[in-house]
Write a protein that binds this ligand. Sequence first.
Ligand SMILES: [Zn+2]
Ligand SMILES: [Zn+2]
Length: 235
Amino acid sequence: MLRALTDPTRWPLPGGCQICLAWGRTRLCGDCLQRFAPPTPRCPRCALALRGPHCAECLREPLPLDGSVCAVDYAEPWAGLLHGLKYHAQLSAAPALAELLAHAVRASGAPTQGVQLLPVPLHPHRLGERGHNQSQRLALALGRHLGLPLAPDWVMRLEDTAPQAQTPTREARWRHLKQAFALAPQADVSGRHVALVDDVMTTGATMSSLATLLRRHGAASVQAWAVARTPRPHD
Ligand SMILES: [Zn+2]
Ligand SMILES: [Zn+2]
């Protein structure tokens, strides 16, 4: 106890809203949630914001996912928090963003029974560079909120794929991602219900590639849960 009080590295971080820094008991204050995360109807399959009764993207080419949940569109102020978590190891953002995602999962009614959380893995090079996997941080915190376990390291990332923004077309991204992941030798995914967890769902190509791999090895269902969704370019 005394050590906890005298060792500054063990002091709890100051509380307050991660966005406006208003002092309070919550990591995201009600004002910020209302302003920056208003309830938005989203496509249950791809999590894009719906502009009408049907999702035009999924009518054209549905993603191979049993469902997707994203809490917000990828825009400020969330983009800044996500960037800080990913590149600057601002770990205090993880519990707040996971709470936001947990709320979205509950509100969406997505099935959670028997679900195991699988963070989208990083290539070992990237992991070495950054020192942590932001998706793993989010999945850990999300699991605590939803009472769901983390899946073992079922999947390995074989290719250090280029950031998706630099890969021009959907077809090119899919080609690129097809061989990016492999199942770990000891993985037993047969009959499992999996929710992939990531910070940002950009095109859905990464999630789809993982889902296809898991399905091929017998996974019963694969959902995609991410904090933020990149809107369609014309939105
Ligand atoms: Zn706030
Ligand atoms: Zn859709």
